[in-house]
Design a protein. Structure first.
Length: 345
């Protein structure tokens, strides 16, 4: 074989081998050493957490992630029942009260993720048993084809006004964010006022859905004038082209201020795959993970250096409600008792 033909042959062979063995993702030796099955219980809906999981898998290709999504209370009960034989490594919750309550029942183990010192201290559980991820605000969204900004309720207490009868949608009693709101209202306004508000919602024939996605879509379609949601559901619906507006309630003199809460993550005590669990928590609080929550889900990242989505209104300048998360968690049984007492759907 001539030298020329030999060179051509070797070139073609090289191209063939590259085609058969495409370049792998740039994975560090440490990441490559993290492997095995990682079971995640998530109170967040699959659509909101899956993109973050996919990004984690890209950088940790040897980890097999199994996601079980459900309501906070459903998954919390599962974790308690499984304490003797844990089936999950990670729990992600939509609000802090469930995280704090489970931590007090020794469901979680301590883990301070890389960079945790950069997060606000109020969003870190005692002994690092849970770590806050993103902040969210309880807002009123409305259909702009049906009501004007001037007509929209200015307080969550206004949702019991009879003029809105049959025109409001909200998440029901199994929703973690709704449970957390009721717990916060009990602390700020007292048991009697909160009970009166809940009964007022029922008298006003509020339609309660299983989750906020149904609420935002129904308001966006004009089936209801008003929806009580977490702020990012408004931005998700706006991105779909719906005629919706947003109001950050309770900013007036004497009002309680804007109710906010936060998502959180924790490592389950007795988790079978700690290296993968720790790597996943590290990723969630990293700039890359926090940026995904901000850009894709319109949430408020807790890591200070991560910018908001450009469409999201900053919390600066808004008066926020002052809620003691630990105390509210201690009274969570009383919150559920109240929910059952009024028979909230």
């Amino acid at each position: 074989m001539s030298l020329f033909r030999m060179c051509v042959f070797l070139l073609l062979l090289t191209v063939f081998l590259i085609a058969c063995n495409p370049p792998q993702a740039n994975v560090s030796p440490t990441q490559a050493g993290i492997q095995g099955k990682l079971v995640i219980y998530s109170g967040r809906s699959e659509a909101l957490i899956q993109p973050v999981i996919d990004a984690f898998i890209t950088s940790h290709p040897n980890v097999e992630v199994l996601l079980k999504a459900g309501s906070n209370s459903q998954l919390a009960n599962a974790l308690i029942e499984e304490k003797a034989n844990p089936q999950a490594e990670i729990f992600i919750t939509t609000e802090l009260f469930t995280a704090q309550s489970l931590a007090e029942q020794n469901v979680f183990q301590s883990y301070p993720p890389i960079g945790v010192e950069k997060l606000p201290s109020e969003f870190i559980g005692a002994d690092n048993t849970w770590t806050g991820l993103t902040r969210r605000a309880r807002v009123i969204m409305y259909n702009t084809d049906l009501i004007s900004p001037q007509e929209a309720p200015k307080s969550i207490l206004d949702l019991t006004d009879p003029k809105w009868k049959g025109q409001i949608a909200a998440a029901g009693s199994t929703n973690g964010s709704m449970q957390a709101q009721i717990a916060a209202m009990r602390q700020l306004l007292g048991e009697n006022v909160t009970e009166e508000w809940l009964r007022g919602l029922l008298a006003n024939e509020v339609t309660f859905f299983g989750g906020h996605t149904d609420v935002r879509k129904a308001v966006g379609a004009g089936e209801f004038k008003i929806g009580l949601v977490n702020h990012y559901y408004y931005y998700l619906q706006q991105a779909e082209g719906s005629p919706v507006g947003i109001l950050f309630p309770d900013q007036g003199e004497g009002q309680i201020g804007l109710l906010t809460n936060a998502t959180a993550v924790a490592v389950v005590a007795g988790a079978k795959n700690l290296p993968a669990a720790h790597a996943f928590v590290d990723y969630l609080v990293s700039p890359a993970g926090q940026e995904l929550f901000s850009k894709l889900n319109y949430e408020y990242p807790l890591l200070p250096a991560v910018p908001l989505h450009p469409d999201v209104q900053a919390l600066d300048g808004l008066r926020l409600a002052n809620v003691d998360v630990v105390q509210a968690a201690l009274e969570y049984d009383a919150t559920f008792d109240l929910i059952e007492k009024v028979s909230l759907p």
